[in-house]
Ligand binder design. Structure first.
Ligand code: IMP
Ligand code: MG
Length: 181
């Protein structure tokens, strides 16, 4: 029986390292947003595992909503951001925390920040699990980031390669022959 961990060449962040960082981030956000009842907006699908863990480390009152966007095919950004699912809740006057799996070129969040600011939220803050600063093409700054990563295509803990590997409990890079298939 094939196992997904057999396709991993190198582990970047273990389950334990992720758990520790996510707990710290939840505590930090809880302090910084005390009294503000923020709304966490997850950018699907990559955010899902990270967000589920993050939220259980947030101790202040908050609500949760999701957007779904598509901008990638395989390992290459297509450039255009397509909204597949919009918010259910109004964000007018609310403090927004955008939750992303990884900030790469920045095109997705740059687009979403502009798109959502038209709805007059009180503030927009970005919390990302990972950041690839060397790849930035659009001006976006994440106030919260758990890990900085080099320019490599990573999978696991919600992140996919062609929709697979999201269920890997840690983050790593695939063997080169898998990306080439
Ligand atoms: P950006 O618009 O280039 O910043 O792309 C952000 C989105 O691309 C992320 O939310 C991910 O879904 C996807 N992405 C970027 N880098 C990676 C990666 O290394 N592995 C998996 N998905 C990635
Ligand atoms: Mg993705």
């Amino acid at each position: 029986m094939a196992k997904i961990n057999e396709d991993i060449e190198r582990v970047f962040f273990t389950e334990e390292e992720i758990k520790e960082k996510v707990a710290e981030l939840g505590a930090e956000i809880s302090r910084d947003f005390e009294g503000k009842n923020p709304i966490f907006i997850g950018v699907l699908k990559g955010c899902w595992v990270f967000m589920a863990d993050l939220m259980r480390n947030v101790s202040i009152p908050c609500s949760v909503d999701f957007m779904a966007v598509k901008s990638y095919a395989g390992t290459t950004s297509t450039g255009a951001v397509q909204i597949q699912k919009d918010l259910n809740e109004s964000i007018e006057g609310r403090h927004i925390i955008m939750v992303e799996d990884i900030l790469d070129t920045g095109r997705t969040l740059n687009y979403l920040e502009q798109y959502l600011s038209a709805r007059k939220p009180a503030s927009i803050t970005i919390a990302t699990l990972m950041d690839k600063p060397s790849r930035r093409q659009a001006p976006v700054a994440a106030r919260y980031s758990c890990f900085a990563v080099p320019d490599a295509f990573v999978v696991g803990y919600g992140l996919d390669y062609n929709e697979f590997y999201r269920n890997l409990p840690y983050i790593g890079v695939l063997k080169p022959e898998i990306y080439m298939d």
